[in-house]
Design a protein around this ligand. Structure first.
Ligand code: COA
Length: 310
């Protein structure tokens, strides 16, 4: 490997409108206690478009990196909720940011951001200098607000990172693993014009299994163990999923980032939202080893081990 990549900036965007569990309990047969105990979620943000949230998060990430939009070689927009069928929402984001570069959507459901991180790294190894990776979602448009089994889980939001080329010795992406088991696609899907369908218990069970497996692969590939990891940024779907996976991996829950209590499940946006929260909150120091792990419909999973260098 003659070059490497590292994160040089991050940014987030969340809609202003907050919907609490108590708000939901006014129209659904549910309660704050049930939602909190079963999921860890207390409230979620709703509103905006996938495009508008992506632009805001992307602008903030560029600002932190100190790079102009013209310096981007590619924009990857991880989303499972594009604003239109065509063109890719990334096209619209590209022109609004003032960039002239390749731009495409990537749909790997809630694993999209970590898939995108690995694609961005690959582009950089192939010669790109700077890639903007955004996870942006408006799942509220695909949720049946009368279905208590799904309505309580999801939220809208976006998170972005700028990934820049480095000399090989400074490479921060240490290892990765991608996974997908299409046999499980029937447990979580959304057809055109319909709402999200989910078999909650089955998704829960498989999520823990696939999450642990993808983390073990990334760790083995880097020759590291869980004791080498300073912080885990897992996909924010359910606090109990994170807890179960941590138990199996032998990682303390204190070492995980959890923003889902106030964001809900924001799919591709959840990991960059968690990463930004940890960084802004002083939980990440230069040199720390961070394990990112996503899982979601497909059933997809992805993990990446990186050294934090901001
Ligand atoms: N409020 C109150 N009761 C609810 C409810 C709600 N919002 N949603 C479901 N229930 C009820 C069910 O109807 C069921 O009632 P019953 O026993 O009378 O039939 C009971 O609660 C238990 O349902 P169950 O589905 O077994 O609950 P659970 O403990 O598995 O929790 C989920 C449900 C959805 C929170 C959980 O399965 C989950 O998080 N699954 C993974 C979902 C996920 O992460 N999806 C995205 C992946 S990226």
């Amino acid at each position: 490997m003659s070059r490497g990549s590292r994160i040089t900036g991050y940014g987030t965007a969340l809609p202003e409108r907050v919907i609490t569990n108590h708000d939901l309990a006014e129209t659904l047969d549910t309660s704050d206690t049930w939602i909190t105990e079963r999921t860890g979620i207390k409230e979620r943000r709703i509103g905006g478009s996938t495009r508008s949230l992506a632009i805001d998060a992307g602008q903030r990430a560029l600002q932190m990196s100190g790079l102009p939009a013209e310096s981007l070689d590619a924009i990857i927009l991880a989303t499972t909720t594009p604003d239109r069928v065509i063109p890719a929402t990334a096209s619209s984001v590209q022109t609004s940011l003032g960039a002239r570069c390749g731009a495409f959507d990537l749909n790997a459901a809630c694993s999209g951001f970590v898939y995108g991180l690995n694609v961005a790294h690959g582009l950089i190894l192939a010669g790109a200098e700077n890639v903007l990776l955004i996870g942006s979602e408006t799942l509220s448009r695909f949720v049946d607000w009368e279905d208590r089994a799904t309505a309580v889980l999801f939220g809208d939001g976006a998170g972005a990172v700028v990934i820049s080329a480095t000399p090989a010795e400074d490479n921060a992406l240490l290892s990765w693993a991608l996974d997908c088991n299409g046999e499980l696609e029937k447990s979580l899907y959304c057809d055109f014009g319909r709402f999200i369908y989910m078999e909650g218990r089955e998704v829960f069970r498989q999520a823990v299994r696939i999450m642990v497996a993808t983390c073990e692969r990334a760790l083995a590939s880097a020759g590291l163990g869980t004791t080498d990891v300073n912080l885990v940024v897992p996909h924010q779907a359910n606090a109990r999923i994170i807890q179960s996976a941590c138990e199996r991996l032998g990682i303390s829950e204190d070492q995980t980032v959890q923003v889902l209590s106030w964001t809900g499940n924001t799919s591709s946006a959840s990991i960059p939202l968690g990463l930004a929260d940890a960084a802004a909150g002083g939980r990440l120091r230069a040199g720390d080893i961070v394990l990112l792990v996503g899982f979601g419909a497909g059933m997809t999973a992805a993990s990446a081990l990186m050294r934090w260098e901001l």
